[in-house]
Write a protein that binds this ligand. Structure first.
Ligand code: PGA
Length: 247
C-alpha cells in the first residue's frame, strides 16, 4: 500500500471577507511544486468567491461544516449540496469548536459525513481529546472512540481524511510532543484498519493544533502524520506556504 498523498488544509474559521481573498490567491501563486494537496476552507459566505478566485489553480476549496439534511426549514444552516454547488470539493466535519460549541455528537458528525458523501464532498473528520481527558490518561480511548462513532461504514472506498486535533492545542501555541502525536496517529490508523481493513491505510491522518512554519517540518515528518489542518497560520499566505513547503 502506498503512502497516502499529504493534505494541507487551512481552516479560516469565522475570519475573512472578500478582501481576504488576496491571501488565498497568494497561496495559489506561491505554491510552486509540492507533493501535497492543498485546500482552504473559508466561511460559507466566501466559498463561491474563493472557488472562483482559485479556479484553474491547484488550491481546492472546502466548507467548515454542513447540515445533514439536503434542504428544508433549517434557518441559518447550510447543506452539503449547497457547499458543493458553491464550488467546494471538501468539508471539515466534527471540529472541536462545533462539538463543544454546538453540542455535536459522534452520531451527528457521522450523519454529516453521509451528507458530504451524498453531495460529492470529501470529508475531513476531526477528532481530539480535551486537556482533562489527556491528563486522565484517556486520550487514546477518547480519540479512537470518536473515530469509531464519527466515521460511518459508507466511507469504505471513498476519499476522506481524519484530523487529529487535541482541543488543548488549538489556537493555544501548545503542541503535543512528536511521540505523543505519533502514539495517537498510530492508534487512529489501527482503528481505521479495524474498521475498513487494508483500505484503512489509504487515507491521510492530519494533525491540527498550533501548526506553524517553525514546527511544521517536525510534525509533518512524524510517523502516520499525513498532513495538517491549520487554523491561525492559514490566514496569512506566507505562513501557510511555509507549512506547505515543510511537507
Ligand atoms: P490552530 O487551529 O492552527 O489555530 O491551532 C487548528 C484548527 O482548529 O483546525
Amino acid at each position: 500500500m502506498t503512502t497516502p498523498q499529504p493534505l494541507i488544509a487551512g481552516n479560516w474559521k469565522m475570519n475573512g471577507v472578500s478582501a481576504s481573498l488576496a491571501e488565498a490567491k497568494a497561496v495559489a501563486a506561491g505554491l510552486g511544486s509540492t507533493s501535497a494537496r492543498v485546500a482552504l476552507c473559508p466561511s460559507a459566505t466566501l466559498i463561491a468567491q474563493m472557488a472562483w478566485a482559485l479556479k484553474d489553480t491547484a488550491v481546492a476549496v472546502g466548507g467548515q461544516d454542513c447540515r445533514a439534511e439536503p434542504s428544508g426549514a433549517f434557518t441559518g444552516d447550510v447543506a452539503a449540496e449547497q457547499i458543493k454547488d458553491a464550488g467546494a470539493s471538501l468539508v471539515i466535519l466534527g471540529h472541536s469548536e462545533r462539538r463543544a460549541g454546538h453540542g455535536e455528537t459522534d452520531a451527528l458528525v457521522a450523519s454529516k459525513v453521509l451528507a458530504a458523501l451524498r453531495a460529492g464532498l470529501e470529508p475531513i473528520v476531526c477528532v481530539g481529546e480535551t486537556l482533562e481527558q489527556r491528563k486522565a490518561g484517556e486520550a487514546l480511548a477518547v480519540v479512537t472512540g470518536q473515530v469509531r462513532g464519527s466515521l460511518p461504514a459508507e466511507l469504505a472506498g471513498k476519499a476522506y481524511s481524519v484530523a487529529y486535533e487535541p482541543v488543548w492545542a488549538i489556537g493555544t501555541g501548545l503542541t503535543p510532543t512528536t511521540p505523543e502525536i505519533e502514539e495517537v496517529h498510530r492508534a487512529i490508523r489501527a482503528t481505521l484498519v479495524e474498521m475498513f481493513g487494508e483500505a484503512g491505510r489509504a487515507m491521510p491522518i492530519l494533525y491540527g493544533g498550533s501548526v506553524k512554519p517553525s514546527n511544521a517540518a517536525e510534525i509533518l515528518h512524524a510517523d502516520e502524520v499525513g498532513g495538517a489542518l491549520v487554523g491561525g497560520a492559514a490566514l496569512k499566505a506566507e505562513d501557510f506556504l511555509g507549512i506547505i513547503r515543510a511537507v
